[in-house]
Design a protein around this ligand. Structure first.
Ligand SMILES: [Mn+2]
Length: 436
């Protein structure tokens, strides 16, 4: 077995939803810490895409390194290279290479030049002529007749894209080269039939359509979430921790408690920041008593207050001043497929609606662009003022749905949503009830 035997995964990624907000990033970061402290190996939190400025502020504030940003988790050819298949140096005497080939149990081994370039595969069939001529087996391996007519894989190739070719291919060994043509190793054909050497823990979402691209290629072993459940049936039992609370950070903090552990001062601060950002400092109707109780505990452990973290995050340039309209629409946008409709709901927190109204044309054009690019029936942007407790909605697309929405249209053609702070609890249910 080349990799991924038993429970030894090369990596377990903890990752929130795409277009990440503070709750998603902070809960992934803290859960990775909890899992490491409870003895799990090779756990890494990821930031799906760009780290938002407010999340950066939180990590800076607590002196922590933010999680690594990744655009996707597609399984690449380099991820399934078999480390046990050796590379033969071209200048090594052929007899030594033959011994290595014999002891490897493989039918061929790749040969690399001194600069790493792939030269060909050393295989017994190609060497027959040499034996018949009773040639000197001390010649350098690179000067022996090598097999060169095989498919060479690029380390960046997606496994998904080359799998069909590899399985049909007559050869069992595929040399892998990097972008500079240097030989990295060998992928065995059987690796394409095995599950990838990674596992996923999802936080703050459970719908793969909202997850980091490629998430559906990697088995999910755990979910920690506070959203509606739309998770596909699994082949094996998984851990699933969900509750109706205001933030995923609340659940992760409770998991620390349940394990009899205290988060460190910094991790407590990170959890508190995620909690107050998702509950809008306890003003959102999604806020529960559990959120307040946990926040008080996290305040004691972190030495920070909920209010000062909220002020700190809000002090970082609002999305509408620091981002282009395209980035602003994408910064916290979720896509849904429901009742035959595909749509996307974006949300921004902004205490200055003048900024919003000034950019209406550009933001509307961006919603149209997203709608066309992703084949959506409609796309909407909810702009929420957490301090005054109301929102306005910019809507593009499906006229039947737009007409059915229960809110009044006010100035600038925007829907007025007094008292609406939560996309999940207030906007989404109304939108779903308007789908014919
Ligand atoms: Mn959340």
């Amino acid at each position: 077995m080349c990799y991924n035997s038993g429970m030894e995964f090369r990596k377990i990624y903890v990752c929130g939803h795409r277009n990440p907000d503070c709750d998603t990033i902070m809960s992934a970061y803290a859960l990775a810490d909890l899992r490491q402290r409870t003895g799990w190996q090779n756990v890494e939190a990821l930031c799906p895409g760009r780290l938002p400025p407010r999340a950066k502020w939180v990590f800076d504030h607590f002196g922590l390194q933010p999680p690594r940003s990744r655009a996707d988790v597609y399984v690449r050819v380099r991820d399934i290279v078999c480390p046990e298949v050796p590379i033969l140096p071209a200048d090594q005497p052929l007899i030594d290479s033959l011994r290595m080939l014999e002891s490897s149990g493989e039918s061929s081994l790749p040969v690399a030049a001194a600069d790493g370039a792939f030269l060909g595969m050393l295989s017994p069939a190609k060497l027959l002529a040499l034996f018949i001529a009773k040639d000197d087996l001390t010649i350098p391996t690179g000067r022996a007749p090598l097999h060169r007519e095989m498919s060479i894989l690029q380390s960046d190739d997606r496994v998904h894209d080359v799998k069909a070719m590899a399985i049909r291919n007559a050869h069992n060994h595929f040399p892998v080269v990097d972008a500079q043509g240097r030989l990295l190793g060998t992928v065995l054909k059987r690796a394409f039939a095995e599950t990838p050497p990674f596992r996923m823990i999802l936080v703050d979402h459970n719908e793969t359509a909202q997850g980091i691209p490629g998430v559906d290629e990697i088995p999910v072993i755990e979910v920690v979430d506070h959203h509606r459940v739309s998770f596909a049936p699994t082949a094996e039992p998984i851990r699933y921790t969900a509750d109706v609370v205001g933030s995923t950070c609340t659940i992760v903090a409770r998991m620390f408690r349940g394990a009899g552990l205290r988060p460190s001062k910094q991790i407590a601060g990170v959890l508190l920041a995620g909690l107050v950002s998702d509950t809008l400092l306890f003003l959102s109707p999604t806020t529960t008593e559990a959120d307040r109780t946990i926040a008080a505990w996290l305040e004691r452990l972190s030495g920070a207050t909920a209010k000062e973290l909220m002020d700190g995050m809000m002090s970082v340039g609002s999305a509408l001043t620091s981002l282009t309209p395209a980035q602003a629409v994408d910064s916290d946008r979720k896509s849904y497929a429901e009742s035959g409709y595909k749509f996307s709901l974006a949300q921004l927190e902004e205490s200055n609606f003048v900024l919003f109204h000034r950019q209406l044309d550009a933001l509307g054009a961006e919603l149209e662009r997203v709608r066309t690019a992703e084949g959506l029936d409609f796309a909407a942007l909810l702009v929420t003022d957490p301090l005054r407790g109301h929102s306005e909605l910019l809507f593009r697309g499906a006229e039947t749905v737009r007409r059915a929405l229960p809110w009044r249209v006010g100035a600038h053609g925007l829907f007025n949503l007094p008292g609406v702070l939560s996309r999940k609890k207030q906007l989404l249910p109304e939108v779903l009830s308007c789908l014919p």
